[in-house]
Design a protein around this ligand. Structure first.
Ligand SMILES: C[S@@+](CC[C@H](N)C(=O)[O-])C[C@H]1O[C@@H](n2cnc3c(N)ncnc32)[C@H](O)[C@@H]1O
Length: 211
């Protein structure tokens, strides 16, 4: 599915989020608060948006994704690897930080993923994870469900692949509750675990420090 949507992935993202996706990624990168030159793994890197901004922020970035279509469309020039991010081809304690944008809901087992993040991140290293959210305000929640349920599949169908953009909004149902994800990160060796709602909860961000 991701191979199929890769060529127009950026265009559809910008249209369907009114460019808010760019802001959300930059906020996640600012929240890392690591020293310039730190090595950051961007997991499920897609077309490389996060890597581009990581490099602009002065970090060294590595891009990893399972979809060869996405990796081909990656414009970041960061070194890239095709891999399943549930089994990272990285040594223990080898990176200063990890980012992951909008992929948590696609992973088969978040506990395995968080354990892998903990394994590869150095002590004191930081992680910043983004995914779509479910707004708590009933009015925003209602508008968001109509927008994602009815409008996004049409935008996707018009510019890319309707079936994929039917599935993607629904896949938010696979995400555990925020409090559960915070607990899972704490149980996997992270401290200072924070959950933030961005843009009224349209997107959620998890931040944590490796103990
Ligand atoms: C919605 S896209 C997000 C792309 C990018 N991070 C962004 O911020 O736009 C989800 C990405 O997760 C990747 N993905 C899903 N499951 C994966 C896995 N098990 N291992 C590696 N990448 C995976 C897909 O190939 C796709 O590129």
């Amino acid at each position: 599915m991701f191979d199929a949507i890769a060529p127009r992935y950026d265009l559809v993202n910008r249209i369907m989020t009114f460019r808010l996706d760019v802001r959300w990624r930059r906020k996640a990168i600012r929240s890392l608060k690591l020293t310039p030159g730190s090595l950051i793994l961007d997991l499920a890197s897609g077309t490389g948006d996060m890597c581009i901004d990581l490099r602009k922020a002065g970090y060294q970035a590595l891009s990893m994704d399972l979809s060869i279509g996405m990796l081909i469309a990656d414009r970041s020039n960061a070194p890239r690897t095709q891999t399943d991010i549930l089994k990272l081809p990285c040594a223990d304690n080898s990176v200063d930080g990890v980012t992951c944008g909008f992929a948590l809901r696609n992973l088969l087992d978040l506990n395995i993923f968080f354990a892998e993040l903990s394994r590869v991140t150095k002590k004191g290293g930081r992680i910043a994870l983004l995914d779509v959210g479910i707004p708590t305000n009933p009015f925003i929640k209602w508008g968001n469900s109509i927008y994602f349920g009815k409008v996004v599949p049409r935008i996707g169908g018009l510019f890319s692949n309707r079936a994929a953009y039917n599935y993607l909004p629904k896949s938010v149902a696979y995400l555990p509750a925020p409090s559960k994800m915070v607990e899972m990160l704490s149980q996997n060796g992270f401290v200072e675990v924070e959950h933030h709602q961005l843009s009224g909860g349209l997107t959620q961000m998890l931040l944590a420090t490796k103990a």
